[in-house]
Design a protein around this ligand. Structure first.
Ligand code: ZN
Length: 122
């Protein structure tokens, strides 16, 4: 029977069971090797409150606020819905690099022209 992906969307090689995790969005039980992992680093305080805290602080020099570091596990449905990974065409599906990197590159490319414009002005 033909399969959509040669690894069937999993990273389980010669293993019976790889363990299970719950999706952080919908709590669906997903195989650990199939789940989409995303390591997120976020500020504890949002940008708006950060300014207020900075003004109210006794320190004149801005202090570093600790960050939240979370390893997020998503099921395939949630990962696609949240645009963490993207559906790829039959040809692109065979490529070893995942859609994750493509999604990561796009914002970087968009930022670069803006930076160049600022340099030209100065
Ligand atoms: Zn989910």
């Amino acid at each position: 029977m033909p399969s959509k992906r040669r690894n069937n969307g999993r990273n389980k090689k010669n293993r019976g069971i790889s363990g299970h995790v719950n999706c952080d969005n919908c709590a669906r039980i997903v195989a650990k090797d199939k789940a989409i992992k995303k390591f997120t680093v976020r500020d504890i305080i949002d940008a708006a409150s950060k300014e207020d805290i900075g003004k109210a602080s006794a320190y004149k020099v801005p202090t570093q606020v600790p960050k939240i570091m979370m390893k997020m596990w998503y099921c395939v449905s949630c990962a696609i819905h949240a645009r963490i990974v993207a559906v790829r065409s039959v040809v692109d599906r065979r490529k070893r690099d995942t859609g994750k990197k493509k999604m990561m590159r796009k914002p970087m490319e968009q930022k670069k022209p803006e930076e160049k414009k600022e340099e030209v002005k100065a």
